[in-house]
Design a protein around this ligand. Structure first.
Ligand SMILES: [Fe+2]
Ligand SMILES: [Fe+2]
Length: 363
């Protein structure tokens, strides 16, 4: 097999061995099924090898929701009554997240997808890409409902340094994978892919969204901007699943390819997570020059270090900030929409069919 061919685009050859359960790996399936071309066929979903990825896919599908089902009438009435600082944090959050979801989608489609050789993982990536599109639609719906200055909001990530720094930090990882000459199969390149997955799933979706989520959901806890907050709550739930899928994806790759997880590489990953915490704290300082809604910068320092510790532990690394505590324990409860059904006193559509969410941790 030509190892340069993108998985799934090889010639279809007659008479090759059928795919077996041992033929599917998260990356480089073709390298582990060399005895018979085609046995690693990424176009065949069954037999499913990575059951957890299939379960994540099924759960995300049960969480389907649509922005235009959420009423914005109360938000429109409340918007002029908010303080400048309150309006500012919603505008900044919309500004960052509306473009951040595009950066995540770009990374999925242009960087990750072609390099993942587990079909059930690819299935989740397709679903995730759709959800990022829904999120972009949601931010635009809020911006338009409130009659906000679209050019101001959507250009923020190019005009406000703390946002541009986060965006630029992430784009460099996508750029490496989207190079047409890039392919996995060497230690160096497999580590490049793993580095991107950790940067996007654990840092971008697992740290860079959290200051904005806390700020906006704090408005909701005071019964302010209920429609916007309800949508952010759905997005928070989606993002928590993306993060948890990413954690399992990374850990499965490390399990299948332990040679990638060298001490030197672990030290580098630690630095990547520390950079993520520092960038998000700079964003918190920038968006909150004064305390607001019972929040202040120092609380976010604690919170981001607490989250940074969690991200390290989720991939088997030691904590960086011993003793960091979580000043916002209510955040984890907000993911469970059944429990918090009337949290914002809105007409909440549960948007969860079938069995309850299955969380192994809060995010
Ligand atoms: Fe998203
Ligand atoms: Fe996401």
């Amino acid at each position: 097999m030509n190892t340069q061919t993108t998985a799934g685009l090889e010639d279809i050859k007659l008479g090759t061995r059928r795919k077996g359960v041992k033929d599917s790996r998260i990356i480089n399936s073709h390298k582990h099924a060399q005895d018979s071309e085609g046995a690693d066929d990424v176009n065949q979903l069954f037999p499913i090898v990575h059951d957890w990825a299939w379960e994540f896919y099924r759960t995300t599908c049960k969480n389907s929701w649509f922005p235009y089902d959420v009423g914005m009438v109360r938000d429109i009435a409340q918007w002029p009554t908010l303080t400048d600082d309150e309006r500012g944090i919603l505008e900044r959050t919309l500004g960052f997240l509306s473009t951040a979801d595009s950066l995540v989608a770009n990374n999925l489609v242009l960087g990750i997808y072609s390099n993942i050789t587990s079909p059930e993982c690819r299935l989740f990536l397709l679903r995730q890409a759709f959800e990022e599109a829904v999120h972009m639609e949601s931010y635009s719906y809020i911006v338009q409902s409130l009659g906000l200055d679209e050019a101001k909001i959507f250009n923020m990530y190019r005009e406000i340094k703390s946002m541009a720094d986060k965006a630029n930090w992430s784009v460099k990882f996508t750029r490496i994978l989207s190079d047409p000459k890039f392919s996995t199969g060497t230690l160096e390149n497999d580590q490049k892919l793993l580095r991107d997955l950790i940067a996007f799933y654990l840092v971008f979706e697992g740290i860079f969204f959290y200051v904005g989520f806390v700020q906006v959901l704090s408005l909701g806890r005071r019964n302010l901007m209920p429609g916007a907050c309800e949508q952010i709550q759905y997005i928070f739930r989606d993002e928590s699943l993306h993060l948890n899928f990413g954690v399992d994806l990374v850990n499965q790759i490390i399990k299948e390819c332990p040679e990638l997880w060298t001490e030197e590489f672990q030290a580098e990953i630690r630095e990547i997570i520390k950079e993520g915490v520092a960038l998000e704290y700079a964003y918190a300082e920038d968006t909150m020059p004064r305390p607001i809604l019972g929040l202040n910068k120092e609380m976010f320092k604690d919170y981001l270090q607490y989250i940074g510790n969690r991200r390290l532990k989720q991939i088997g690394l030691d904590e960086e900030w011993p003793g960091a505590s979580n000043p916002f324990p209510w955040m984890s409860e907000l993911i469970d929409l059944k429990k918090e059904k009337n949290f914002f006193e809105t007409r909440v559509t549960e948007y969860q069919t079938g069995s309850a969410l299955d969380w192994d941790d809060e995010s």
